[in-house]
Design a protein around this ligand. Structure first.
Ligand code: ARG
Length: 588
């Protein structure tokens, strides 16, 4: 099915052509005066100069050609030369029917699907996820789902930070606590136990402590750096401990991501490219790109057109150690070899923008990626507290992600129990589902690059531009459909009639935007467009619902038509929230 605006523009283009003007002038857009018209075309204004005619003259001529149009019920030329348009109910019905019968609501297949890798989440081994990890996880997951839905081949990779000092800190603390562990005995040659020498709980407690010690005690910090060098170099006991820590940590991270409905196709990490680094370094040296500066190995990446200073990309530190840059570049090399993606999208805090600019330039300059592969960076803004500063716990600390999720669930649970007859167990389950919508919608409804304020009261409200409001609308529709079925209504073989009233027509007009909206959201990497769409759709539905007798409609054919429209609305809303990474309960 054609995108609605394309279909309208085609009809309008024909009218321009028939009146003797350029077809391209017939571009139709959504109305910016919904009180006056549904759609509009400003082509007569645009063509005035070229044809040396007053815009209103052109508009009048074009409007005359649309007199018997099956698409537009009304095309009015208004001063100084706009064309104000209203759709015919019949045409709208055809579009709605196409949505009901074609796969993916009639979304057109992509001409050229791409292979896209999305690098998101940003978790680091040994460190528990904190609120700063919420955004890249939620945004990345949604972008993955949207891109996949429109037909791209998508691979999501968590790209774990599993090669850095936090692990060295944990090992050092462990050594202070249990110096007799086999892993620290350098003369030991045998195998190490399969079982980790540390439980999940112990692990959760060790990291914050070790990290604090590292900050206060230089000697501890030196030991942690030494431990890091050891596991990186492959000292047996240290490497074995490293592996245990990575494994224990992954279990915990997976649990956290699961609870957010975030799923990665790949659980690769920085460590996976360890063996590639020497090869990459040699390649960069041989190519003449990498050179020694102040003992470190660097690649220049500044460009003449730069207006700000872009420092060289450091490949190896003066002590030969690798850095964040090194693993990212080697990962690009690996990704090109294993997956040859057309595009890699990185989602992190926007403070990493310059860093990624350096990495991308370096990858291009050294030809780790060819001209056919796009590297994109999507930097997200900060989630702030009500004071406008990065979100903190009440006592000013960094809040763990699981704590934030739990607090949102608790608040949702409280609201759900209020004035509802629901068992504790059921309310708990519903609260879990709805809380996720509160968190995710609260985040995704903002443009990713912008900061936003985490406002638990607003996010968990059943009214306004919120996740719970959307879910509430879905549940409302489901309950009407259930009632219809209980009353003996058949949900199969429904046929739609032309829209009867204005709110029904508005609902249909909101529905038929789906196609355009998903494509835009995918092309522009913009989940907030899905939110804006479902908010409009939910509003249109609720307006329609308040104005229309549905189950009480006496005319059977009419009633069945309304039910069909409801079912479509439910399906479109449920598909859309799935693109955002949450779902609706049966009741709430
Ligand atoms: N682990 C990193 C951090 O905490 C984010 C990883 C982002 N992805 C990447 N390929 N560098 O900042």
């Amino acid at each position: 099915m054609k995108k609605i605006l394309d279909a309208l523009s085609e009809e309008m283009g024909k009218a321009f052509e028939a009146a003797g003007y350029d077809t391209a002038l017939g571009r139709v857009t959504l109305s910016n005066r919904p009180d006056l018209c549904e759609y509009q075309c400003n082509g007569a204004m645009a063509g005035a100069k070229k044809y040396r005619k007053a815009p209103i003259v052109i508009a009048n001529e074009v409007a005359a050609r649309l007199a018997g149009s099956k698409v537009f019920k009304e095309a009015a030329a208004v001063a100084p030369g706009f064309l104000n348009l209203k759709l015919s109910e019949g045409f709208l019905l055809t579009a709605v029917e196409a949505m009901r019968t074609e796969p993916k609501f009639g979304l057109e297949a992509l001409e050229k699907p791409r292979k896209i890798m999305i690098d998101y989440g940003g978790a680091n081994v040994a460190k528990p996820l904190h609120v700063g990890h919420l955004r890249p996880a939620i945004i990345g997951e949604s972008i993955k789902r949207i891109s996949r839905y429109v037909g791209h081949e998508v691979i999501g990779d968590v790209h774990l930070g599993d090669w850095g000092t936090p692990i060295g800190m944990v090992i050092t603390e462990l050594r202070e606590r249990k110096p007799d562990l086999l892993y620290f005995d350098e003369s030991y040659q045998g195998d190490y136990p399969e079982e980790a020498p540390i439980t999940e709980a112990e692990f959760a407690e060790i990291y914050p402590l070790a990290s604090a010690k590292s900050k206060e005690d230089p000697a501890f910090k030196e030991k942690a750096l030494e431990a890091t060098r050891r596991f990186q170099k492959g000292v047996r006991g240290y490497r074995a401990l490293w592996k245990h820590i990575v494994d224990v940590s992954k279990v915990d991270l997976k649990k956290n991501y699961d609870s957010l409905n975030v799923e990665f196709d790949l659980w690769k990490g920085e460590s996976d490219v360890n063996d590639l680094i020497p090869e990459m370094v040699a390649y960069m040296k041989e190519g003449g790109w990498a050179y020694i500066s102040d003992g470190a190995l660097v690649v220049d990446v500044k460009e003449e057109t730069d207006t700000k200073e872009v420092p060289p990309c450091m490949i190896l530190k003066s002590d030969g150690a690798s850095l964040y840059n090194t693993t990212d570049l080697a990962t690009i090399m690996e990704r090109m070899r294993l997956y040859a993606p057309d595009e890699i999208i990185y989602i992190t805090d926007k403070r990493q923008e310059l860093y990624f600019e350096q990495v991308f330039r370096c990858a291009r300059k050294t030809k780790l990626v060819g001209p056919d592969t796009e590297l994109k960076f999507l930097g997200h803004g900060t989630m702030n507290g009500s004071d406008g500063k990065p979100f903190k716990t009440r006592d000013g600390g960094v809040m763990r992600l699981d704590v934030l999720v739990q607090e949102t669930k608790d608040e949702m649970y409280r609201k759900i129990r209020e004035g509802r007859e629901m068992s504790e167990e059921e309310a708990m389950e519903v609260a879990e589902t709805v809380a996720l919508s509160a968190l995710k919608y609260g985040d995704l409804s903002n443009q990713a690059a912008k900061d936003y304020v985490f406002d638990i009261d607003r996010f968990t409200s059943f009214e306004g531009d919120t996740g719970p409001y959307i879910l509430y609308t879905i549940v409302r529709i489901k309950s009407i459909l259930n009632k219809y079925a209980e009353q003996g209504g058949d949900l199969e073989g429904l046929t739609l009639l032309e829209a009867g009233g204005s709110s029904e027509k508005e609902l249909e007009m909101a529905l038929v935007q789906f196609n355009t909206m998903v494509r835009n959201a995918a092309d522009e990497i913009a989940p907030h467009k899905v939110c804006a769409y479902i908010y409009d759709l939910a509003n249109a539905f609720n307006h329609f619902y308040h104005e229309t007798r549905i189950l009480a409609e006496e005319d059977e054919a009419k009633r069945r038509s309304l039910i069909g429209l409801l079912a479509l609305t439910r399906d479109v809303l449920e598909t859309s929230v799935d693109l955002l990474g949450f779902s609706a309960p049966e009741k709430m």
